[in-house]
Design a protein around this ligand. Structure first.
Ligand SMILES: [Zn+2]
Length: 280
């Protein structure tokens, strides 16, 4: 019995010595990244082509795992932001590709700079609106799409709405076959960090007989009013005088002016300007 005990102890001693001679703790430190106690260890390869060589490795640091999780969370957030833009935006195909990079400022250098500044200074706690007002085709919508896209890149949720399309979409919810209701359409706009209301008053506010639709103006007011205290961008080719035409239009315009910086863009047709430039 004693003999067996002695043999066991001897085996253990040999094993320990082998372990010690193939395994060294070089140093220990607290990782600044994960806060764990980390051991830097050196191990000797006992097998394989590198047999006898020493390798240094870290034990106890979770930084890589944490980084991987954060990366996955960021990607999930990014795809959520893109989905919100894609699923809720009502945007004309011609504007889909609009960005700051492919905007040609021309005579609208100041408008372009103000739009970029809006993105740079965007602060979720300090809501600010922009009002692009001016003649047809000067690039108001292009700049607004660019802002919305740049903000999604910065991690904010943004939705671009062609206002005439929105009114049509709401009208369509009144069909008995509609799968969504008016409330759902309007609520989808409530929580976005930024909503662009493009082309306010251009179309969609007239009835077939050419009269201004009271219903459309009422809806427009409700939708814009619901976004009070948030970040919004409005574009319109109606002049301030045209907004004076009816009480409802006045009411809408006064909401659009609230907390807004007006950017006037009257001038050469943007599309024509671009064509002229290409033709040179
Ligand atoms: Zn670490």
């Amino acid at each position: 019995m004693e003999a067996l005990e002695a043999i066991n102890q001897t085996i253990q001693k040999v094993l320990n010595t082998t372990m010690d001679s193939n395994f060294q703790i070089v140093r220990e430190y607290v990782c600044e990244g994960c806060g764990n106690k980390v051991q830097v260890i050196r191990t000797k390869a006992l097998l394989g082509p590198n047999k006898g060589e020493w390798f240094e490795s870290k034990k106890g640091c979770d930084c890589e795992v944490i980084e991987l999780i954060q990366k996955q969370q960021q990607e999930a957030k990014k795809s959520r932001i893109n989905r919100i833009f894609e699923e809720n935006s009502l945007i004309n195909p011609a504007l889909r590709e609009a960005t700051f990079e492919n905007f040609e400022p021309g005579e609208f250098r100041l408008a372009y700079e103000k739009a970029k500044k809006y993105v740079d200074e965007f602060d979720i706690n300090k809501p600010r609106n922009l009002l692009f007002q001016g003649t047809f085709g000067t690039g108001k919508s292009h700049l607004s799409v660019s802002i919305a896209k740049a903000l999604t890149e910065k991690g904010y949720t943004a939705i671009f709405i062609s206002t005439p399309k929105l009114l049509t979409k709401i009208r369509n919810t009144y069909n008995k076959d509609s799968e969504i209701n008016e409330e759902q359409v309007i609520n989808a706009l409530a929580n976005a960090d930024l909503v662009v209301f493009d082309d306010i008053g251009a179309e969609g506010i007239y009835e077939e007989n050419g009269r201004i639709s009271g219903w459309a103006l009422q809806k427009l007011f409700e939708i814009i009013d619901q976004r009070a205290g948030k970040h919004n961008i409005y574009t319109t080719n109606l002049t301030s005088a045209e907004f004076e035409r009816t009480k409802e239009l006045q009411r809408i315009f006064s909401r659009m002016l609230m907390n807004s910086e007006p950017i006037i863009m009257n001038g050469t047709d943007y599309r024509r300007r671009k064509f002229l430039k290409e033709a040179k």
